[in-house]
Design a protein around this ligand. Structure first.
Ligand code: PLP
Length: 328
């Protein structure tokens, strides 16, 4: 099959670039040093390629991702790096399941849902989940008193990860990991789980890095000078041409827009994106029916809009993978 035969908008992944990105990460952080986050690609077939380069432990953000990974035989060591109160589905999984906890309620939910292992999720500066550092040892004691095994700590430095300025990224990561390593000294366990694509090199304190975006990348991350290339695009068709501008059929229902506008591979200037439309000023003449590669600003929500990702070599579609970890 050729890409010209795909219905648009269609999620396209370059097979060669994906392989290079996975290999680059596996060389930098081999084996258990990287715990790839599946939230960015939501695709078990892609996770299987991560296993082929030696990454067999994974992070998930949703119960559905945990279920899908276990069902695909990828459950050697799954971390739900997120808080969850309805744990009933987790306790039933045929997999090694660890869950992040940051409150009495999430500890109790883990215990009553049949989960056996937890990580104490510590707030290291991002105003999101995470127990305060002072309260972490008490929470670990509570977990142990309920029979849970505490594997260590987690602390996501999401406030540092996307900063353009590498020095600012480094110093904020250091501050965050200073907090996390101190708490780890009090809580114990083997794991210090933190980091992501933007800090995979900088964060030398974590025992494992939870990187997700590096496999497919996006326009926002491509600006940080990381050794990963853009593997993903949304194939679109020009559906209307007017004097001075044209319109393609990839709107914000096929593109994650929270990190700003997408870019267009051919150098056309994006004007604005609406539900089903992308209006742009062409850098060279375009006609109705032309195909464009639109480069998403944020990979995670972009992938979540699509039921399939088509793995390509140039114009040849090699495989079409179901984005099977979508949903809740
Ligand atoms: C808990 C957690 N860990 C790690 C990541 C890192 O992901 P990425 O590599 O895409 O920056 C994220 C991203 O949102 C996250 O929420």
């Amino acid at each position: 099959m050729k890409t010209a035969e795909l219905q648009t908008p269609a999620l396209i992944v370059s097979s060669a670039i994906l392989d290079r990105n996975l290999k680059t990460m596996a060389e930098a952080l081999p084996g258990g040093r990287c715990r790839p986050h599946v939230k960015a690609h939501k695709t078990t077939e892609l996770a299987k390629r991560q296993v082929e380069v030696g990454h067999v432990t994974f992070c998930c953000a949703t119960v559905k991702e945990m279920e899908g990974m276990a069902a695909a035989g990828l459950g050697e060591d799954l971390l739900l790096a997120n808080e969850v109160l309805d744990t009933t589905r987790l306790g039933k999984l045929d997999a090694r399941v660890t869950v992040a906890v940051d409150s009495d309620e999430t500890v109790q939910a883990a215990s009553s849902g049949g989960v056996r292992e937890v990580l104490i999720d510590v707030n290291v500066g991002l105003p999101r989940c995470g127990v305060s550092p002072e309260d972490a040892p008490r929470l670990a004691d509570l977990a142990r008193s309920l029979g849970l095994s505490v594997r260590g700590v987690m602390g996501y430095e999401g406030h540092a990860i996307g900063l353009d300025d590498e020095e600012a990224r480094r110093s904020l990561t250091e501050e965050a990991m200073d907090i996390l390593t101190k708490v780890h000294g009090e809580v114990g366990g083997d794991l210090i789980s933190a980091g992501g694509t933007g800090t995979f090199r900088i964060n030398t304190w974590a025992t494992e890095i939870q990187a997700g975006s590096y496999a497919l990348m996006d326009v926002a991350y491509a600006k940080l000078g990381l050794p990963f290339e853009l593997a993903v695009s949304v194939l679109a068709t020009v559906i209307s041409v007017s004097p001075g501008y044209a319109v393609a059929d990839a709107g914000l229902k096929s593109l994650g827009m929270d990190h700003g506008n997408p870019e267009i591979d051919e150098g056309h200037q994006v004007m604005f994106v609406s539900d089903e439309h992308l209006s742009f000023m062409p850098s060279a003449p375009v006609k109705v029916g032309d195909r464009l590669r639109v480069l998403p600003a944020h990979v995670d929500p972009t992938v979540a809009y699509h039921s399939h990702m088509h793995v390509v070599d140039g114009e040849d579609v090699l495989e079409s993978w179901g984005v099977d970890l979508r949903g809740w």
